[in-house]
Ligand binder design. Structure first.
Ligand code: SAM
Length: 338
């Protein structure tokens, strides 16, 4: 718990009044309106900031940022604009991916000296595709307290409007920028049944969607959310094929982008699993035995396995005429499905 109960009780009386007291490590309480925030000594506050609309800075975040001894920020120029907007004069110090490990010991020393410290990133929640992981680890290892001040995060903001299942989802951050690595990553996710959330940059989004079309299939559902909470906020919801067309129609794609992709359907997943088993068995056994073994191992219906075997056979024939001979080894005429 970060808030002191007495602070809440006093909050009405102390409306717009700064109350100083020292009780169990709490050095000061700032009360404004009905809410009250207690700033504690030796605590690292991990504070979420807006992903576009400044009004999304929570009152609690605002009070914490105004009341800590120092704020560590990814880009101090970006964060200075935020703090200035809210009339906050707390000193800002840089904390980004290039100095994170170097700065950690100094932050821990500040906590040891009973200072209160906040960590923010340029937009959204620190540590989510942003710096802070090593610092949080270091603060935990040193035994100091952490306090999360939750708020905007593009993952949650996009899921909230995507219209795709939110009961289970996976976040992949940014996919690899280069095509071969990105396709490998997408292939590894092809059978993932949970909703997939990825961040993307505008100059790669068309290529990324083209790869998703190939790997996931053009009919997979997707929502692209762009510039959430900002003036030019927009979303596309449809299939991957539709998204490709929508992106092609645009002269330029700009802004911040999240893609939310539907997970693989369970039936598709099961079919793919069986197909893989049959294909593997066909490498080592004649068709009749491969079908019998796959049926026994999977517990699936023999006709279903037979149809999968036909699918594999026709695919391999179409793909490479030279393989007619091996395709012949799973000649459908050879098997009775009864
Ligand atoms: N820490 C942030 C968070 O909590 O979401 C994410 C930071 S990451 C460096 C930046 C990426 O987040 C962008 O490239 C974009 O994919 C996504 N993003 C951030 N703001 C967004 C917005 N307003 N609309 C859509 N996506 C956004």
């Amino acid at each position: 718990m970060c808030a002191h109960p007495a602070a809440t009780a006093n909050s009405k009386k102390a409306n717009r009044r700064r109350v100083l007291f020292n009780n169990g490590g709490i050095v000061r309480t700032v009360s404004e309106g009905l809410a009250a925030v207690s700033i504690e000594q030796g605590v690292l506050y991990v504070v979420a900031t807006p992903i576009g609309n400044l009004q999304d800075l929570s009152p609690r975040a605002r009070q914490v940022l105004g009341d800590v001894d120092v704020v560590f920020a990814e880009d101090t120029r970006v964060s200075a604009r935020l703090l200035n907007h809210f009339g906050i004069a707390t000193p800002l110090l840089p904390f980004h991916q290039h100095n994170e490990r170097r700065v950690c010991p100094g932050v821990v020393r500040r906590l040891a000296a009973r200072q209160s410290v906040a960590l923010i990133c340029d937009a959204g929640t620190p540590l989510i595709s942003d710096p802070g992981y090593h610092l949080v680890q270091a603060v935990r290892a040193a035994g100091y307290k952490l306090c999360s001040i939750p708020g905007p995060c593009a993952i949650v903001a996009s899921l909230a409007v995507a219209g795709l299942p939110t009961d289970r989802f996976v976040f992949e951050g940014f996919l690899p920028p280069r095509r071969p690595a990105r396709r490998d990553r997408l292939s590894a996710l092809r059978h993932e049944q949970r909703t997939l959330v990825v961040y993307e940059v505008p100059h790669r989004v068309r290529d990324c969607v083209a790869d998703m079309n190939e790997v996931f299939g053009a009919d997979r559902r997707v929502t692209l959310a762009r510039e959430l909470t900002k003036i030019y906020e927009e979303t596309f919801a449809g299939t991957l094929r539709g998204l490709s067309e929508w992106l092609q129609e645009k002269a330029r794609v700009q802004g911040e982008i999240v893609m939310v992709v539907a997970g693989a359907a369970e039936a598709v997943h099961e079919h793919e699993r069986l197909r893989h088993s049959v294909a593997t068995l066909l490498k080592y056994l004649p068709a009749r035995q491969a079908v019998a073994a796959a049926t026994e191992i999977s517990g699936a219906n023999k006709n279903q396995i037979y149809r999968i075997m036909l699918e594999i056979a026709s695919h391999s024939v179409a793909e490479d005429g030279k393989r007619e001979e091996s395709a012949g080894s799973c000649n459908p005429g050879e098997i009775s499905t009864n």
